[in-house]
Ligand binder design. Sequence first.
Ligand code: AMP
Length: 145
Amino acid sequence: MSLHGEYDPDNIFAKILRGEIPSVKVWEDDHVLAFMDVFPQSEGHVLIIAKQSQARNLLEVEPDILARLTAALQRTAVAVERALKPDGIAVMQFNGDAGGQTVFHLHFHIIPRWADRPMKGHGHAPMAEAAALRPLADRIAAELA
Ligand code: AMP
């Protein structure tokens, strides 16, 4: 899908927001949902999405919603660092299929990195069980300020 076009209300994240498919939630408020990536590129890979926007990518998002998303991104990244003690954290965000995007509801990736552990490739990580993700989500949520 290109950078331009219509929002698909049946994309995976829209279905998660409507509760039509499950997710492993870290936290949410009226505006933002943070949940575990089910194909984690490293342990503790979290996604941040807006609830009140149909922006498919960074180019389209309303500035006030972007401000809420980035505040949520920082809050969650701090909690990830406290919970999992990575050596670094990669924040990623892809736009358009040529840009690496596969789900066309704007989102940010928080990917903890360890110096001695290679990160799995984007779109090449195996699926994780919810039972394995839930304890990680709980540990991160417990560190939210
Ligand atoms: P992107 O390629 O930047 O659009 O990222 C989409 C992300 O969504 C990928 O990292 C996928 O692993 C992740 N993903 C796809 N389906 C699900 C799902 N049902 N629950 C959680 N994460 C998902």
